[in-house]
Ligand binder design. Structure first.
Ligand code: AMP
Length: 396
C-alpha cells in the first residue's frame, strides 16, 4: 500500500479539517453502551489536533427523516470528549450559521463535532448544493469512516470530490488489512463463511470462490448446500429454493480451482434453545426430527487443517448458533485455532461483519486476529468485490 492519499501527505497546520468519522454507536438512555467506534477514530483526531489542525467532525447517527433530536449527536459529543480526554465543541447543525460560527471559534488543535449530517436530505442524495455548504466549512477533507464508505453520500463521497482529500488512520489501517486479505494476499487463501442464510451472501460467495483457494461453508447456510447435494437435513434452517444457486456456486468453485469445505458432521437438537439436549451425527445421518445448530468436531478438525494450510484467512459469519451454548463450540474452536496460528506468525487473519465481531469477542480472540473490521455493510460489499464509493474517491 498505498494507492490512497493519507495523512502523511496532508499539511493540516492551521487548517480547518473536515473529518468524516463513524459515531453511529449503540446508545441507551443517552449513554453510549459500546464505545468501540469512538476508540477507533481517536488516533486520527489526536494526530490532526497535535499537528495544529482544527478538527471538524462530521458523522451520521441512526436513520432520521429530517431533523429529529432523538437522533442528535449531542450526547455522543460528550462521550467523545470523555474518551479523547479533552472537551470538544458541538454545533447544533452541520451547515449554516451555527456551524460557521462554531468553526470560526476554533483555534489550532481544537475539536468540534457537527450535528447529524442525516438531518439534511442532501446528505443521502449527495446533493451538490449540500456538499458545497459542507465544503465551505473546511480546507481539507479526511475520511476515517470505512464503515460508511459503501454509501455515496455527501459526507462520505461528495466532499472528497471538492476538497483535497485523505484517508484517516483507521481508514488506512482498514484498507491495508483488506488489501492483505484479498486483493494482494499471501497464498494459499482460505475463506470461512457462515451465518444464517445463503440468500444474503450469494454475491459474496460467488466473488470468493473466484479469488480464494479454499472456502469453508458453515452455519445455517451450510444446510442449504448439504441439502443441495442430496442429503437430508431434518428440521434445520435452510433455503431449499436456493439449491440451484448453491450448486452453481459449487460448480463455479470447481471451475476456479477453489476447494469447497462443507461440514462432515453436525451438532443436532430438537429445538433452537440454549442448553438443548444435543447429539452429533455424521452429515449423511441427520435425524429427520432434529436441526443442525453447529458444526461437529470432525468438521472443526477439517477447518483447522484448512487454516493450517493457509497463509491468509478471511472470515465472515459464525459456524453455528453461537449465541446459544453449547452451539457456540465450533465457532469458538475454529476462531481460537486461527488466533493461535496468527500469534505464531503463520497466518494473516482478517475478519468482519456484524455477527462475526460478536462471535470473535465471544471466543475471546478478536484482539489476536491480524485485523477485525467493525464495518458491517461496507465489509460485506468489499467481500462481494464491489468498489466502495467513499474509498474510490480517495484514490491518489
Ligand atoms: P448472519 O447475520 O447471516 O451472519 O447470521 C448470523 C446468525 O446465524 C447468528 O445469529 C447465528 O445464530 C445464526 N446461525 C448460524 N448457524 C446456524 C444454524 N445452524 N442454525 C440456525 N441459525 C444459525
Amino acid at each position: 500500500m498505498t494507492a490512497f492519499r493519507t495523512l502523511d501527505q496532508a499539511d493540516v497546520k492551521g487548517k480547518r479539517v473536515l473529518v468524516r468519522v463513524d459515531l453511529n454507536v449503540p446508545m441507551e438512555n443517552g449513554r453510549v453502551t459500546d464505545a468501540t467506534r469512538i476508540e477507533r477514530v481517536l488516533p486520527t483526531i489526536r494526530e490532526i489536533a497535535e499537528k495544529g489542525g482544527r478538527v471538524i467532525l462530521l458523522a451520521h447517527f441512526g436513520r432520521p427523516k429530517g431533523r429529529d433530536l432523538k437522533e442528535s449527536l449531542k450526547h455522543v459529543a460528550e462521550a467523545v470528549s470523555k474518551h479523547l480526554g479533552k472537551t470538544i465543541a458541538f454545533a447544533d447543525d452541520c451547515i449554516g450559521e451555527s456551524a460557521a460560527q462554531a468553526v470560526n471559534a476554533l483555534k489550532d488543535g481544537d475539536v468540534l463535532l457537527l450535528e447529524n449530517t442525516r438531518f439534511h436530505a442532501g446528505e443521502e442524495t449527495n446533493d451538490p448544493a449540500f456538499v458545497q455548504e459542507l465544503a465551505k466549512l473546511g480546507d481539507l477533507y479526511v475520511n476515517d469512516a470505512f464503515s460508511a464508505a459503501h454509501r455515496a453520500h455527501a459526507s462520505t463521497e461528495g466532499l472528497a470530490r471538492v476538497l483535497p482529500s485523505y484517508a484517516g488512520r483507521t481508514m488506512q489501517q482498514e484498507l491495508d488489512a483488506l488489501t492483505k486479505g484479498l486483493e494482494a494476499p499471501k497464498r494459499p487463501v482460505v475463506a470461512i463463511v457462515g451465518g444464517a442464510k445463503v440468500s444474503t451472501k450469494i454475491d459474496l460467495l460467488e466473488n470468493l470462490v473466484a479469488k480464494v483457494d479454499a472456502l469453508v461453508i458453515g452455519g445455517g447456510m451450510a444446510n442449504t448446500f448439504v441439502h443441495a447435494t442430496g442429503l437430508g437435513i431434518g428440521k434445520s434452517l435452510a433455503e431449499k429454493d436456493l439449491a440451484a444457486t448453491a450448486m452453481r456456486i459449487i460448480e463455479k468453485a470447481r471451475a476456479s480451482n477453489c476447494a469447497i469445505i462443507l461440514p462432515v458432521d453436525g451438532v443436532c437438537a430438537y429445538e433452537f434453545k440454549a442448553g438443548a439436549l444435543n447429539h452429533t451425527y455424521g452429515i449423511d445421518a441427520i435425524p429427520e426430527d432434529q436441526m443442525i445448530l453447529d458444526v461437529g468436531s470432525q468438521s472443526v478438525e477439517r477447518i483447522a487443517a484448512a487454516i493450517n494450510d493457509a497463509a491468509t484467512l478471511v472470515w465472515n459469519g459464525p459456524l453455528g448458533a453461537f449465541e446459544i451454548a453449547p452451539f457456540d463450540q465450533g465457532t469458538v474452536a475454529a476462531a481460537r485455532h486461527a488466533a493461535q496460528r496468527t500469534k505464531e506468525g503463520k497466518l494473516v487473519s482478517v475478519a468482519g461483519g456484524g455477527d462475526t465481531v460478536a462471535a470473535l469477542n465471544h471466543a475471546g480472540v478478536a484482539d489476536d486476529f491480524t485485523y477485525v473490521s467493525t464495518a458491517g455493510g461496507a465489509f460485506l460489499e468489499w467481500l462481494e468485490g464491489k468498489s466502495l464509493p467513499g474509498v474510490e474517491a480517495l484514490r491518489a
